[in-house]
Design a protein around this ligand. Structure first.
Ligand code: CDP
Ligand code: CDP
Length: 213
């Protein structure tokens, strides 16, 4: 069983993906983390994230230890991630890892949940369940703001909102694997839905798909 969860920044993809993985005993892959790791490694070597040569080289020999680096979640890393993610060579280099995770979930788990931008459209077009999770840019920026506050950072709401919008724009308008719902995805607008309500709707759909036809 493969569950694909796509949507824009801070829509609640990761929170939902983790809960579904817990509930059904599936493995979870945050594919945004892979793009963030490439973005971070480009920044660390002093490169420009929009430079295909540097970004492709970093994505080819990706250091997976970066996935637990404290800088991985920084806004600057997210921004670099969305720049490297627009490069077809980088996307191609990350594709096998993601498909292999979905087809052979680690620890022999009976399923996998992947979240990102193009899971239902490109990485796993044959996924059993496809969800497209979204919310207004203001709601998503507020969620990010709260997260940063809780981490002891003093965020500027205007800057976060501008960053969310800039990333949406870049992710939706790139040529290769743009952010968009798969035709057969269930759309969940979480602007006015709390985490429990989103989880219950998604879990009901998964159970329906798991039941013998
Ligand atoms: O956590 P947040 O939603 O802010 O972003 P993320 O999922 O960590 O992804 C960071 C960036 O990676 C996104 O802005 C996308 O540009 C890119 N990404 C992508 O292009 N394809 C994916 N499957 C996942 C992420
Ligand atoms: O993975 P993605 O960037 O899409 O979002 P996330 O990290 O799962 O969620 C971003 C923040 O929004 C987290 O602090 C969640 O607790 C919060 N959230 C929420 O308040 N209401 C929801 N329906 C979903 C997420």
């Amino acid at each position: 069983m493969i569950i694909a969860i796509d949507g824009p920044a801070a829509a609640g993809k990761g929170t939902l993906a983790r809960r579904l993985a817990d509930e059904f005993g599936f493995a979870y892959l945050d594919t945004g983390g892979l793009y963030r790791a490439v973005g971070l490694s480009v920044l660390r070597v002093g490169g420009n994230p929009a430079d295909a040569g540097v970004a492709e080289a970093q994505s080819k020999s990706l250091d997976l230890a970066l996935l637990s680096d404290p800088e991985l979640r920084a806004e600057a890393t997210g921004n670099a991630a969305s720049k490297v993610a627009a490069l077809p060579g980088v996307r191609a280099n990350l594709l096998d890892f993601q498909r292999n995770f979905a087809a052979n979930p680690p620890e022999g788990r009976p399923g996998a949940v992947l979240d990102g931008r193009d899971i239902g459209t490109v990485v796993c077009p044959g996924a059993d369940v496809k969800l497209f999770v979204t919310a207004s840019a203001e709601v998503r920026a507020k969620r990010r703001f709260k997260e940063l506050e809780e981490r002891g950072v003093e965020p500027d709401f205007g800057v976060i909102l501008a960053d969310v919008r800039e990333r949406d724009e870049r992710d939706m308008n790139r040529e290769d694997a743009p952010l968009k719902p798969a035709e057969d995805a269930l759309l969940l607008d979480t602007s006015n839905l709390d985490i429990d309500a989103v989880f219950l709707r998604a879990a009901a759909l998964v159970k329906e798909r798991m039941a013998p036809q």
